[in-house]
Design a protein around this ligand. Structure first.
Ligand code: OXD
Ligand code: MN
Length: 659
């Protein structure tokens, strides 16, 4: 967790790899910073913090190999201490990358180069010997939408063009990190080498970092994560907002057979915090296939009813569909209590008694800020008021943060400075330019969330009773329906579609196919991924969770949401809960089981909801949907589509034809 330095530090704004000069200045004793900062040449490497020789042999080899390649000015081996964090925050302020938000305790703001604001899917590649191991071969020469492949040779060339000397003048930080509680049998270890202190500060929030991780590494494999902003010193081109990056040459590369991720050119989010999407999902899904478990883009929540009975649910939604809001929801249904285990990623494994158990491999939330407010997600708002790094949000003249959705939560007397530096931003005069970037983020420690589940760090994981898929579907898709069985549920995941998001580079509101909410995150061929999911139905003695699909976002003819959403979604979870207990509260429909009349608990709901419209299955819509899904499977998954999924599509087609 970030520590605190009380003194305000003026940025030099030059971003000249301050950290190496800084250690010397700091040691002059003008600030109260770590005395243990070492400035000692070690062999040919200048190690300014930590001890290369005490690293496990293979880690040391990885560090030295890449230090020779990237030629950093110095090496800093992260120990995860508060002292170290004080140093990082000092450096980040001096370099003008972070600035304190004095209204809160230990909160920081960073604004990036406007060219580096989101995940870059087009520049994200998996590199394997056989293309088919990574992606299906689309029909008719269509572009593959289920990942990008690069040959091993092309990848080597691409990396060789970028990484040599790329850290010149900068410090290479060595971050040992654990995805999952340190030492849990479900956890995995990574070592990230990065030339960005911002990445180190963020990784400290998002993962478990430091010497304690090395302590449990033993002889185990670790995932090698190399990251560079691709902007060696002296700078060869101007930088914006003191945010070094190299958008022209950005590449996010995964090389599974070497257990390696190499990311170049972007300092932002999932491109640079390599534990998250790159490790926990892309490489994670490959490991999961190999070892018989599941690495999924899912939140995990606990739900307790008025009788004190509890269940856990995992839910997959595409980016920015309200996953964080659902994971931290305050139930509007009296008697129900929701607790949060995770908001983005679930690693799940069947235990020896056949129960599916899940851990959240992360230690923080990297949540989309706009739209988060005391109304939509009070628990997130409480979480982010300390020890948080904000990126690309707006700031208020009283030292606070601001984004779209917070209009009623700031004092009328403050002025707003937009993420782009417009000092007197106002909605009226902004010509549609938002105050905060639509993909602006908070990076905040999970432990601070007021409704964290007591078992969120349990090493064996929490037991999962239900899996929910969902999407943002303005038309045709009912509030909730239940799969007829596991295979039908896998089909439902495969057929997921949703309105597009600001988390990646796509523009406009189009309905995109996003199977299992994993489209940008598959580590291997989606056809094989489906086979892996289907394989669980053939294994004996597994208690397969029930599978559901939800849609909070259906709109009426006047373009108004039919369902109030947010805390009221607990009513849907309550129905799911009771179904998992075997309650006879569902009718069969053409698309799956839907709530029997009167079984969705609407007591106390403040507004009228047109349930008929909410659950209607417009025949034309569903016939078009079947065609769209079929076309997608045929074109995109082609030969790799398992026959069981085609079978489910055919059955759906027949049921829908009878509507
Ligand atoms: C995320 C995403 O950042 O899904 O979590 O894009
Ligand atoms: Mn996500």
């Amino acid at each position: 967790m970030p520590g605190t330095i009380k003194t305000e530090i003026k940025p030099t704004g030059k971003n000249e790899g301050l950290s190496t000069q800084l250690s010397t200045q700091l040691l002059k004793g003008t600030t109260k910073l770590p005395k243990s900062v070492l400035v000692q040449p070690k062999r040919s490497f200048r190690v300014i913090y930590g001890d290369l020789e005490r690293l496990p042999h293979r880690v040391r080899h990885y560090v030295e190999e890449n230090a020779r390649l990237c030629q950093p000015d110095s090496i800093h081996i992260c120990d995860g201490s508060d002292k170290e964090n004080d140093l990082l925050m000092y450096i980040l302020q001096k370099d003008g990358i972070l600035k304190r938000l004095p209204k809160y305790d230990n909160c920081w703001l960073s604004t990036t180069d406007p060219a580096d604001v989101a995940r870059v899917e087009k520049k994200t590649f998996m590199s394997t010997k056989l293309k088919r191991d990574t992606i299906p071969t689309p029909k008719h020469g269509a572009d593959c939408q289920l990942g990008n492949w690069m040959s091993l040779e092309d990848m080597d060339n691409a990396l060789n063009m970028r990484f040599p000397d790329c850290m010149k003048g900068r410090t290479m930080y060595v971050i040992p990190f654990s995805m999952g509680p340190v030492g849990s049998p479900l956890s995995k270890i990574g070592i990230e080498l990065t030339d960005s202190a911002y990445v180190v500060a963020s990784m400290r929030v998002m993962t478990r970092v430091g010497s304690k991780v090395l302590g449990v590494l033993n002889d185990e494999e670790f995932v090698k994560c190399l990251h560079s902003v691709g902007s060696p010193l002296p700078l060869s081109r101007p930088i914006h907002n003191n945010w070094p990056c190299n958008p022209q040459n950005t590449i996010i590369a995964h090389i599974p057979h070497r257990n390696e991720i190499c990311s170049f050119g972007s300092g932002y989010g999932g491109n640079s915090l390599l534990g998250k999407k790159c490790f926990a999902l892309r490489l994670g899904s490959i490991l999961a296939k190999k070892e018989g478990w599941l690495a999924e883009h899912m939140l995990i929540l606990g739900i307790e009813n008025e009788k004190g009975q509890k269940k856990y649910i995992a839910a997959a939604f595409p980016s920015a569909c309200g996953k964080t809001n659902l994971a931290m929801m305050n139930s509007s249904l009296p008697g129900y209590k929701i607790t949060c285990v995770g908001d983005d990623i679930a690693w799940m494994r069947f235990d020896s008694s056949g129960k599916l158990r899940a851990i959240n491999p992360e230690a923080g939330f990297f949540g989309v800020a706009p739209g988060t407010s005391m109304k939509t997600n009070p628990n997130a708002m409480k979480t982010v008021k300390s020890n948080t790094i904000f990126t690309n949000v707006a700031q208020t003249s009283d030292g606070g943060f601001f984004w779209e959705g917070m209009e009623d939560e700031i004092s009328k007397s403050v002025t707003i400075e937009s993420w782009l530096g417009d000092k007197n931003w106002s909605k009226e005069d902004s010509e549609g330019k938002p105050a905060a970037h639509p993909n602006s983020r908070f990076c905040t420690p999970a432990a601070q969330c007021p409704i964290m589940d007591p078992a969120w760090e349990s090493t064996e994981g929490v037991p999962i009773d239900a899996i929910i898929f969902g999407g943002r579907r303005p038309k045709g898709v009912p509030l909730v329906y239940e799969a007829m069985n596991w295979q039908h549920g896998v089909f439902m995941g495969a057929a997921m579609r949703s309105e597009s998001t600001a988390a990646a580079e796509h523009a406009g509101k189009v309905i995109m196919h996003d199977p299992f909410a994993m489209r940008p995150f598959f580590g291997y061929n989606f056809g094989d991924y489906l086979k892996h999911w289907l394989s669980f139905q053939d294994k004996p003695n597994l208690q397969l969770p029930r599978i559901y699909h939800v849609n909070w976002f259906r709109k009426d003819a006047n373009n108004h949401f039919i369902w109030p959403g947010f805390g009221e979604n607990a009513r849907v979870l309550d129905w799911v809960f009771r179904r998992c207990d075997g309650e006879d509260s569902a009718d069969m429909s053409a698309i799956g089981y839907v709530p029997k009349q009167g079984t969705l608990n609407l007591s106390g709901l403040k507004e009228e909801v047109d349930l008929k419209e909410l659950f209607s299955l417009p025949p034309d819509f569903w016939r078009d949907e079947v065609v769209a899904i079929g076309k997608y499977f045929d074109e995109q998954v082609n030969q790799d589509l398992p026959p069981q999924i085609l079978d489910e599509l055919e059955k759906l087609k027949q049921r829908v034809a009878a509507l």
